[in-house]
Design a protein around this ligand. Structure first.
Ligand SMILES: [Zn+2]
Length: 285
């Protein structure tokens, strides 16, 4: 399993000040009530639930990096190729990361490139940028000069939604059997198109994925990788799945038929996703 980026950290500054930096929304946003129904159990199908080819590859739901477990099998391309086309953006979103950062300052000629930058916030709402991995030795001189420009790539929301569509769809198949009907065909068509794209950049936009209701909490509620859940929306209950105890994804655009009415036992309040905002001032390696 690949290393997970730390969610929170205590950073001691040379000035003696200690910073408590964690993934927190910089805007608390609205809250929503979600009732957890029951954990979704692993289930193996003969054929890949996405494309119908022989299911030969162990599939984590959600991806193991964000707390998933082996829950079913898919074919190798639907596991790995679809994963590498859309799941990096999901990981970056969940881990609060910006990719391909390039830093410049007058102190050093030319940009210095890093792999990723983690965005964390203090309880007071300041943001902290942390180089994921070993920082370039020149960064110290750049920071000491007082001004650093950062260019970096935000997670792509369309691909993030496609990754969540894949895992919400698979979780629905584990619960209800491989889904049938026009809507399920549409889900599979969009997932296969994303899988067969030559690279991340050419993954087609999926209106179906963008139409999902996605909520996120910053305090994981459970270790279960996938739990059937109901969102209490003002417009009515929305059936879905809570992935890794922190991301609710609706099933309304995944499941074609009416699902049995849910009876909840646990109440949790989740906060809606807050967008990443801010500009760079400092980096502590
Ligand atoms: Zn497949």
């Amino acid at each position: 399993m690949t290393r997970r980026a730390p969610e929170s950290m205590s950073i001691a500054l040379p000035t003696g000040r200690a910073i408590d930096a964690a993934i927190r929304p910089d805007d608390p946003g609205e809250s929503a009530e979600v009732t957890l129904i029951e954990p979704i159990r692993p289930r193996v199908f003969e054929s890949c639930p996405i494309c119908g080819d022989p299911a030969t590859s162990k599939e984590h739901i959600p991806p193991d990096r964000i707390g998933g477990k082996v829950m079913t099998r898919t074919c190798l391309p639907c596991n790995n190729r679809l994963g590498s086309n859309v799941e990096t953006d999901l990981l970056d979103w969940v881990e609060g990361a910006l990719s391909r950062p390039s830093l410049r300052s007058a102190a050093v000629q030319g940009p210095r490139r890093e792999k990723r930058v983690l965005v964390r916030n203090t309880p007071e709402g300041e943001f902290v940028l942390v180089i994921d991995g070993r920082a370039h030795p020149d960064l110290k001189a750049m920071l000491e000069s007082g001004e650093v420009d950062l260019d970096a790539v935000l997670p792509n929301w369309g691909r993030c939604c496609l990754a969540l569509l894949k895992h919400a769809y698979l979780a629905a198949c584990l619960t209800h059997g491989v889904l049938e009907g026009d809507v399920a065909d549409e889900v599979r068509r969009d997932l296969i198109a994303a899988r067969d794209a030559e690279n991340k950049q050419s993954v087609p936009t999926s209106q179906l994925a963008l139409g999902l209701t996605i909520l996120r909490t910053y305090e994981p509620t459970t270790d279960e990788p996938a739990i059937r859940a109901v969102l209490h929306d003002p417009a009515g209950p929305v059936e879905g799945v809570l992935l890794a105890g922190r991301i609710f994804v609706s099933w309304s655009s995944v499941i074609p038929k009416d699902v049995p009415e849910a009876h909840g036992r646990l109440n949790r309040t989740l906060r809606v996703r807050a967008p990443v905002r801010g500009t760079v001032t400092s980096v502590e390696s």
